[in-house]
Design a binder for this molecule. Structure first.
Ligand code: G1P
Length: 291
């Protein structure tokens, strides 16, 4: 049965991993709870999903990351204390965080790659089209980037991946897209290759961590084929559906930062600071201390 007209109700957010690039802090705190200023990266992803009309989220995590689930849980004592102290607005914000979406947590016990993490959500997803967000990729935009992908799917069907042109030195760290522009910001995908050497790459158009996928990807994922780096790759699973499922890439509108390393986290914090006059002033003062 075609999944073309079915709404996107579910999202999968994989967060498992050791967070080695953020050691030592990730000895004690899951990477995904590290904040851009005071908001954890995972909250950006959850809010984007919710603002894209999605109601059900599965966070795929490693054991020991339960604090990610409690972050979105109710905190009645905190809320009560804030209210008693006359901080009604802050209390309301805490209530909102615990009622954003129906959040389920799933475990990925073996770190076998992104495709494997998504496979862990197969029962959660069922036979519906669904979104995947890699929360390290933070995107600021008027229309949430996931919603932009959903809109491309409404127009063209099938699966949709977010895309961005990247410099040569980044190509070998990303999934790379081969295809032709068929509409404004929409590329019809002919092929995908995960982390190619620069000389083998078909383009500089990179997959960014937003996907709206036809459930057909699970057929390939369940075969647990090892791809680039010996890992089960989501990119390979999407490629395997080509021919049976139309795949498009969406050059989304928005500002993207890869917060998966401390430098990127700093860039994200500065971007947020630039949107707030008081923080912008502080940043300028801090930078002038470099002189
Ligand atoms: C993953 C995907 C890759 C994509 C990237 C986007 O790689 O496998 O295709 O380009 O996310 O951030 P990772 O960064 O997990 O190695």
């Amino acid at each position: 049965m075609s999944t073309q007209n079915r709404p996107i109700r579910k999202a999968v957010i994989p967060v498992a991993g050791l967070g080695t690039r953020f050691l030592p802090v990730t000895r004690a705190v899951p990477k995904i709870l590290l904040p851009v200023l005071n908001v954890p990266v995972i909250e950006y992803a959850v809010r984007e999903v919710v603002n894209s009309g999605i109601t059900d989220i599965a966070i795929v995590m490693s054991r020991g990351m339960e604090s990610v689930a409690s972050y979105f849980g109710e905190q009645p004592e905190l809320v009560r204390t804030l209210e008693e102290r006359g901080r009604a607005e802050l209390a309301a914000l805490q209530r909102e965080i615990s009622s954003l979406a129906n959040i389920t947590t799933l475990y990925q016990d073996n770190p076998k790659g992104l495709g494997h993490a998504v496979l862990m959500a197969r029962d959660f997803v069922g036979d519906e089209p669904f979104a995947v967000l890699l929360p390290d990729d933070v995107i600021w935009s008027d229309t949430p980037s996931t919603k932009q992908l959903i809109d491309v799917r409404s127009a063209h069907g099938g699966s949709v991946i977010a895309a961005l042109e990247v410099p040569d030195e980044v190509v070998s760290q990303k999934g790379i897209i081969d295809g032709d522009e068929v509409a404004d910001r929409v590329v019809s995908v002919r092929g995908l290759v995960e982390k190619p050497a620069l000389e083998d790459a078909p383009s500089n158009l990179s997959i960014i961590g937003r996907y709206v996928l036809d459930p057909a990807v699970f057929e390939y994922l369940s075969g647990e084929h090892a791809g680039a780096g010996g890992e089960i790759q989501l990119t390979d699973a999407i490629e395997a559906t080509l021919g049976a499922v139309p795949v498009h890439a969406c050059r989304f509108k928005g500002h993207h930062v890869d917060t998966g390393n401390p430098g990127g986290m700093l860039q994200a914090a500065l971007y947020e600071a630039g949107r707030d006059p008081a923080l912008r002033k502080l940043v300028n003062e801090a930078i002038s201390a470099w002189e």
